[in-house]
Design a binder for this molecule. Structure first.
Ligand code: PEP
Length: 253
């Protein structure tokens, strides 16, 4: 039985005051019964990780980062290492997000290096994959997602897979208000699980959590989470409002 995992990706939003207020507000809005059913994490911008870590102290909400670099240290201006994230109490890191792939130009090979470094450092990757609208319309979804998964997870062992969450995020649904139907999500999630079975084994395939991401909101969360292979949500826009994100999380209880 897989426990639900719902994470908020704040992207390049909030400021020092509102980041702390959002974290505190969320911690107050969720009671103990929630955490029995759902693991919860928030991924603020790097510069507010410490503020948010302070605000979340004593709560059961985990902290995640939105990116990381694969080198330990050195002349990599503007980059952040896994050790730095660990210093700030990060448990998770989002890797392969569509905005990193399509806006910032990250390749499968780079994402794979980051996956290896994150796992070796004790960070748990939320590994995001998903197709563009044109790829869905030309029936390439399975092929695109398969390639992203095979390349992104190349060399990752079965033991390491215990710390990996996969996020299926159709790019056409991210930040657009257009959500995949629960059936569309389930179809791809089932294909991902079948692929993980082929790449690893039944234990790993049964245990790996696959989040859906793409315009999740309180009004569609329960239906999405009701699907057999949807084990949680990665939430962008709606994670920036306490009421909306708490509503989404409570849909999983
Ligand atoms: C995301 O950025 O991972 C995401 C799913 O965004 P949104 O919920 O805003 O579509």
């Amino acid at each position: 039985m897989r426990k639900l995992f719902i994470a908020g990706n704040w992207k390049m939003n909030t400021d020092a005051k509102s980041a702390s207020a959002l974290a505190l507000g969320l911690a107050k809005a969720l009671d103990a019964s929630v955490y029995k059913a759902v693991d919860v994490a928030v991924c603020p911008p790097f510069v507010y990780l410490q503020d948010v870590a302070n605000a979340l102290a004593g709560s059961k909400i985990s902290l995640g980062a939105q990116n990381v670099y694969f080198e330990d240290n050195g002349a990599f201006t503007g980059e952040t290492s896994c050790a730095m994230l660990k210093d700030l109490c990060c448990e998770y890191v989002i890797l392969g997000h569509s905005e990193r792939r399509h806006v910032l130009g990250e390749t499968d090979a780079l994402i794979n290096k980051k996956m290896h470094k994150a796992l070796a450092s004790g960070l748990k990757p939320i590994f995001a994959v998903g197709e563009l609208l044109a790829q869905r319309e030309s029936n390439e979804t399975d092929k695109v997602v398969k390639t992203q998964i095979e390349k992104g997870l190349a060399g990752i062992t079965a033991e390491q897979m215990k710390d990996v969450t996969i996020a299926y995020e159709p790019v056409w649904a991210i930040g657009t208000g257009k959500t995949a139907t629960p059936e569309q999500a389930q179809e791809v999630h089932a294909a991902i699980r079948a692929l993980i079975l082929k790449m690893y084994n039944k234990n790993i395939a049964d245990a790996v959590r696959i989040q859906y991401g793409g315009s999740a909101k309180p009004s569609n969360a329960a239906e999405l989470l009701g699907k057999q292979d949807v084990d949680g949500l990665l939430v962008g826009g709606a994670s920036l409002k306490v009421e909306d994100f708490a509503g989404i999380i409570k849909a999983g209880v």
